[in-house]
Design a binder for this molecule. Sequence first.
Ligand SMILES: CC(C)=CCC/C(C)=C/CC/C(C)=C/COP(=O)(O)OP(=O)(O)O
Length: 267
Amino acid sequence: MILITTAAGFYLGAQQTVDWLRCLHTVFGAGLTAAGVLGLNQYLERDVDAQMKRTQERPLPGGRMNPLTALLVGAVLTGSGMLYLTFIVNMLSGFVISLIVVSYLFLYTPLKRKTSLCTFIGAVPGALPPVVGWVAARGALTGEAWVLFTILFLWQIPHSLAIAYIYREDYANAGFRLLPVIHPDGTSTCRQIVVNCVALLGIGLLPTLYNIAGSVYFFTALLAGVAFLAVGIYLARTRSVKAARYLLYASLLYLPLVFVTMALNKI
Ligand SMILES: CC(C)=CCC/C(C)=C/CC/C(C)=C/COP(=O)(O)OP(=O)(O)O
Protein backbone atom coordinates (compact mmCIF):
# COMPACT_ATOMS: atom_id res chain seq x y z
CA MET A 1 0.00 0.00 0.00
CA ILE A 2 2.84 2.39 0.92
CA LEU A 3 4.61 1.78 -2.37
CA ILE A 4 1.41 1.83 -4.48
CA THR A 5 0.48 5.24 -3.07
CA THR A 6 4.07 6.54 -3.44
CA ALA A 7 4.16 5.44 -7.10
CA ALA A 8 0.67 6.86 -7.76
CA GLY A 9 1.74 10.17 -6.18
CA PHE A 10 4.80 10.26 -8.47
CA TYR A 11 2.83 9.45 -11.62
CA LEU A 12 0.12 12.00 -10.80
CA GLY A 13 2.70 14.66 -9.93
CA ALA A 14 4.66 14.20 -13.17
CA GLN A 15 4.07 16.88 -15.81
CA GLN A 16 4.21 15.94 -19.52
CA THR A 17 6.42 12.80 -19.74
CA VAL A 18 6.90 10.48 -16.77
CA ASP A 19 10.54 9.82 -15.85
CA TRP A 20 10.18 6.09 -15.05
CA LEU A 21 13.78 5.69 -13.88
CA ARG A 22 13.27 8.48 -11.35
CA CYS A 23 9.98 6.83 -10.33
CA LEU A 24 11.88 3.57 -9.69
CA HIS A 25 14.49 5.44 -7.60
CA THR A 26 11.68 7.04 -5.59
CA VAL A 27 9.88 3.76 -4.92
CA PHE A 28 13.20 2.10 -4.01
CA GLY A 29 14.15 4.87 -1.55
CA ALA A 30 10.66 4.89 -0.04
CA GLY A 31 10.74 1.09 0.22
CA LEU A 32 14.08 1.10 2.05
CA THR A 33 12.83 3.73 4.51
CA ALA A 34 9.47 2.03 5.02
CA ALA A 35 11.13 -1.33 5.73
CA GLY A 36 13.48 0.42 8.17
CA VAL A 37 10.88 2.40 10.15
CA LEU A 38 8.42 -0.50 10.35
CA GLY A 39 11.28 -2.67 11.64
CA LEU A 40 12.34 -0.02 14.17
CA ASN A 41 8.71 0.22 15.34
CA GLN A 42 8.81 -3.53 16.02
CA TYR A 43 12.10 -3.06 17.88
CA LEU A 44 10.55 -0.33 20.09
CA GLU A 45 7.40 -2.41 20.73
CA ARG A 46 9.01 -5.83 21.17
CA ASP A 47 7.93 -6.03 24.85
CA VAL A 48 4.25 -5.28 24.16
CA ASP A 49 4.17 -7.28 20.91
CA ALA A 50 5.09 -10.32 23.06
CA GLN A 51 1.87 -9.79 25.07
CA MET A 52 -0.51 -9.79 22.09
CA LYS A 53 -1.68 -12.89 20.18
CA ARG A 54 -1.69 -10.87 16.93
CA THR A 55 2.01 -9.98 17.20
CA GLN A 56 3.65 -12.54 19.48
CA GLU A 57 5.01 -14.57 16.55
CA ARG A 58 6.84 -11.61 15.00
CA PRO A 59 10.63 -12.18 14.71
CA LEU A 60 11.57 -10.29 17.90
CA PRO A 61 8.97 -11.61 20.39
CA GLY A 62 9.15 -15.01 18.64
CA GLY A 63 12.90 -15.11 19.42
CA ARG A 64 13.96 -15.52 15.79
CA MET A 65 15.94 -12.27 15.70
CA ASN A 66 17.89 -10.57 18.46
CA PRO A 67 17.00 -6.95 19.33
CA LEU A 68 20.43 -5.52 18.48
CA THR A 69 20.26 -6.98 14.95
CA ALA A 70 16.78 -5.49 14.51
CA LEU A 71 17.99 -2.10 15.74
CA LEU A 72 21.01 -2.10 13.43
CA VAL A 73 19.19 -3.38 10.35
CA GLY A 74 16.27 -0.98 10.96
CA ALA A 75 18.58 2.01 11.45
CA VAL A 76 20.71 1.20 8.38
CA LEU A 77 17.64 0.72 6.15
CA THR A 78 16.00 3.91 7.43
CA GLY A 79 19.16 6.01 7.13
CA SER A 80 20.04 4.70 3.68
CA GLY A 81 16.47 5.25 2.40
CA MET A 82 16.53 8.87 3.63
CA LEU A 83 19.96 9.51 2.07
CA TYR A 84 18.96 7.76 -1.16
CA LEU A 85 15.92 9.97 -1.64
CA THR A 86 17.79 13.15 -0.65
CA PHE A 87 20.79 12.63 -2.95
CA ILE A 88 19.47 10.44 -5.79
CA VAL A 89 15.95 11.90 -6.10
CA ASN A 90 15.67 15.36 -4.50
CA MET A 91 16.00 17.25 -1.21
CA LEU A 92 12.25 17.77 -0.85
CA SER A 93 11.44 14.05 -0.99
CA GLY A 94 14.23 13.48 1.56
CA PHE A 95 12.66 16.14 3.78
CA VAL A 96 9.15 14.62 3.57
CA ILE A 97 10.50 11.14 4.30
CA SER A 98 12.31 12.48 7.37
CA LEU A 99 8.96 13.90 8.60
CA ILE A 100 7.54 10.37 8.26
CA VAL A 101 10.41 8.81 10.20
CA VAL A 102 10.29 11.32 13.06
CA SER A 103 6.49 11.44 13.45
CA TYR A 104 6.06 7.65 13.23
CA LEU A 105 8.89 6.60 15.53
CA PHE A 106 9.07 9.46 18.01
CA LEU A 107 5.45 10.69 18.20
CA TYR A 108 3.03 7.92 17.18
CA THR A 109 4.89 4.92 18.65
CA PRO A 110 5.25 6.28 22.23
CA LEU A 111 1.77 7.90 22.16
CA LYS A 112 0.07 4.51 21.49
CA ARG A 113 0.59 3.76 25.18
CA LYS A 114 -0.66 7.18 26.34
CA THR A 115 -3.62 8.53 24.35
CA SER A 116 -6.26 7.38 21.87
CA LEU A 117 -5.35 10.46 19.79
CA CYS A 118 -2.38 8.37 18.60
CA THR A 119 -4.56 6.99 15.76
CA PHE A 120 -4.89 10.51 14.31
CA ILE A 121 -1.19 11.26 14.85
CA GLY A 122 -0.19 7.96 13.20
CA ALA A 123 -2.38 8.82 10.23
CA VAL A 124 0.00 11.72 9.40
CA PRO A 125 3.10 9.61 8.55
CA GLY A 126 0.77 7.01 7.05
CA ALA A 127 -0.66 9.64 4.66
CA LEU A 128 2.65 11.15 3.53
CA PRO A 129 3.86 8.46 1.02
CA PRO A 130 1.92 9.94 -1.97
CA VAL A 131 3.35 13.34 -1.01
CA VAL A 132 6.86 11.81 -1.24
CA GLY A 133 5.99 10.57 -4.74
CA TRP A 134 4.44 13.90 -5.77
CA VAL A 135 7.40 16.06 -4.67
CA ALA A 136 9.87 13.56 -6.17
CA ALA A 137 8.22 14.07 -9.58
CA ARG A 138 7.21 17.74 -9.39
CA GLY A 139 9.99 19.16 -7.21
CA ALA A 140 7.40 21.29 -5.37
CA LEU A 141 4.73 20.81 -2.73
CA THR A 142 1.55 21.99 -4.46
CA GLY A 143 -2.12 21.85 -3.35
CA GLU A 144 -2.87 18.60 -5.21
CA ALA A 145 -0.36 16.74 -3.01
CA TRP A 146 -2.40 17.76 0.04
CA VAL A 147 -5.55 16.37 -1.59
CA LEU A 148 -3.82 12.96 -1.87
CA PHE A 149 -2.58 13.34 1.71
CA THR A 150 -6.09 14.07 3.03
CA ILE A 151 -7.64 11.07 1.23
CA LEU A 152 -5.06 8.75 2.77
CA PHE A 153 -5.35 10.42 6.19
CA LEU A 154 -9.14 9.99 6.31
CA TRP A 155 -8.95 6.40 4.98
CA GLN A 156 -6.63 5.38 7.80
CA ILE A 157 -9.05 6.23 10.60
CA PRO A 158 -11.68 3.56 9.74
CA HIS A 159 -8.89 1.19 8.62
CA SER A 160 -6.91 1.48 11.90
CA LEU A 161 -9.99 1.58 14.14
CA ALA A 162 -11.37 -1.59 12.49
CA ILE A 163 -8.10 -3.38 13.41
CA ALA A 164 -8.18 -1.86 16.91
CA TYR A 165 -11.81 -2.98 17.38
CA ILE A 166 -11.11 -6.57 16.24
CA TYR A 167 -8.10 -6.89 18.56
CA ARG A 168 -9.31 -4.63 21.40
CA GLU A 169 -8.78 -7.27 24.12
CA ASP A 170 -5.27 -7.95 22.86
CA TYR A 171 -4.48 -4.22 22.82
CA ALA A 172 -5.98 -3.76 26.31
CA ASN A 173 -3.81 -6.59 27.73
CA ALA A 174 -0.71 -4.93 26.27
CA GLY A 175 -1.63 -1.51 27.71
CA PHE A 176 -2.31 0.34 24.47
CA ARG A 177 -4.71 3.28 24.94
CA LEU A 178 -6.61 2.90 21.66
CA LEU A 179 -10.20 4.13 21.33
CA PRO A 180 -11.88 0.67 21.48
CA VAL A 181 -9.78 -0.06 24.59
CA ILE A 182 -10.78 3.02 26.58
CA HIS A 183 -14.44 2.85 25.41
CA PRO A 184 -15.00 -0.92 24.91
CA ASP A 185 -18.73 -0.51 24.06
CA GLY A 186 -17.58 0.80 20.65
CA THR A 187 -19.68 4.01 20.64
CA SER A 188 -16.78 6.43 20.17
CA THR A 189 -14.98 4.08 17.75
CA CYS A 190 -18.05 3.72 15.52
CA ARG A 191 -18.71 7.48 15.63
CA GLN A 192 -15.16 8.19 14.43
CA ILE A 193 -15.45 5.52 11.75
CA VAL A 194 -18.71 6.89 10.32
CA VAL A 195 -17.65 10.56 10.52
CA ASN A 196 -14.35 9.86 8.74
CA CYS A 197 -16.03 7.67 6.08
CA VAL A 198 -18.45 10.55 5.35
CA ALA A 199 -15.54 13.01 5.10
CA LEU A 200 -13.66 10.55 2.86
CA LEU A 201 -16.69 10.24 0.58
CA GLY A 202 -16.60 14.02 -0.01
CA ILE A 203 -12.82 14.59 -0.07
CA GLY A 204 -12.37 11.52 -2.31
CA LEU A 205 -14.10 13.49 -5.10
CA LEU A 206 -11.68 16.44 -4.92
CA PRO A 207 -9.09 15.01 -7.38
CA THR A 208 -11.61 15.60 -10.16
CA LEU A 209 -12.35 19.15 -8.99
CA TYR A 210 -8.58 19.80 -8.73
CA ASN A 211 -8.08 18.48 -12.30
CA ILE A 212 -5.90 15.61 -11.11
CA ALA A 213 -8.23 12.90 -12.49
CA GLY A 214 -11.28 12.71 -14.75
CA SER A 215 -14.91 11.60 -14.55
CA VAL A 216 -14.21 7.82 -14.49
CA TYR A 217 -12.28 8.46 -11.30
CA PHE A 218 -15.10 10.67 -9.94
CA PHE A 219 -17.76 7.95 -10.26
CA THR A 220 -15.41 5.20 -9.02
CA ALA A 221 -14.54 7.24 -5.93
CA LEU A 222 -18.22 8.03 -5.38
CA LEU A 223 -19.27 4.37 -5.54
CA ALA A 224 -16.30 3.17 -3.50
CA GLY A 225 -16.92 5.88 -0.90
CA VAL A 226 -20.62 5.00 -0.58
CA ALA A 227 -19.79 1.28 -0.24
CA PHE A 228 -17.08 1.97 2.36
CA LEU A 229 -19.49 4.19 4.34
CA ALA A 230 -22.22 1.51 4.15
CA VAL A 231 -19.87 -1.06 5.73
CA GLY A 232 -18.92 1.52 8.40
CA ILE A 233 -22.62 2.08 9.19
CA TYR A 234 -23.16 -1.70 9.33
CA LEU A 235 -20.40 -1.90 11.97
CA ALA A 236 -21.93 1.01 13.91
CA ARG A 237 -25.33 -0.74 13.95
CA THR A 238 -24.13 -4.27 14.80
CA ARG A 239 -20.92 -3.54 16.76
CA SER A 240 -19.79 -7.02 15.77
CA VAL A 241 -16.24 -8.24 15.14
CA LYS A 242 -17.52 -9.76 11.89
CA ALA A 243 -18.57 -6.27 10.68
CA ALA A 244 -15.20 -4.83 11.77
CA ARG A 245 -13.49 -7.50 9.62
CA TYR A 246 -15.70 -6.52 6.66
CA LEU A 247 -14.67 -2.90 7.19
CA LEU A 248 -11.00 -3.91 7.26
CA TYR A 249 -11.40 -5.87 4.00
CA ALA A 250 -13.36 -2.99 2.45
CA SER A 251 -10.52 -0.60 3.37
CA LEU A 252 -8.00 -2.93 1.70
CA LEU A 253 -10.03 -2.84 -1.52
CA TYR A 254 -10.90 0.87 -1.37
CA LEU A 255 -7.38 2.30 -1.31
CA PRO A 256 -5.72 0.55 -4.29
CA LEU A 257 -8.96 0.90 -6.28
CA VAL A 258 -9.10 4.66 -5.73
CA PHE A 259 -5.38 5.37 -6.24
CA VAL A 260 -4.98 3.10 -9.29
CA THR A 261 -8.13 4.53 -10.92
CA MET A 262 -6.88 8.05 -10.21
CA ALA A 263 -3.58 7.24 -11.93
CA LEU A 264 -5.26 5.51 -14.92
CA ASN A 265 -7.70 8.41 -15.32
CA LYS A 266 -5.03 11.12 -14.87
CA ILE A 267 -5.73 14.37 -16.69
C1 LIG B 1 7.55 5.86 2.61
C2 LIG B 1 7.49 5.51 4.05
C3 LIG B 1 8.72 5.60 4.86
C4 LIG B 1 6.31 5.13 4.56
C5 LIG B 1 6.05 4.71 5.95
C6 LIG B 1 4.64 5.12 6.31
C7 LIG B 1 4.25 4.59 7.65
C8 LIG B 1 5.11 4.92 8.81
C9 LIG B 1 3.16 3.85 7.75
C10 LIG B 1 2.67 3.23 9.02
C11 LIG B 1 1.44 3.93 9.55
C12 LIG B 1 0.93 3.35 10.82
C13 LIG B 1 0.29 4.27 11.75
C14 LIG B 1 1.04 2.01 11.08
C15 LIG B 1 0.60 1.35 12.32
O1 LIG B 1 1.71 0.98 13.10
P1 LIG B 1 1.53 0.13 14.42
O2 LIG B 1 2.78 0.21 15.23
O3 LIG B 1 0.29 0.54 15.16
O4 LIG B 1 1.32 -1.35 13.88
P2 LIG B 1 1.37 -2.70 14.71
O5 LIG B 1 0.33 -2.62 15.80
O6 LIG B 1 1.04 -3.75 13.69
O7 LIG B 1 2.76 -2.83 15.27
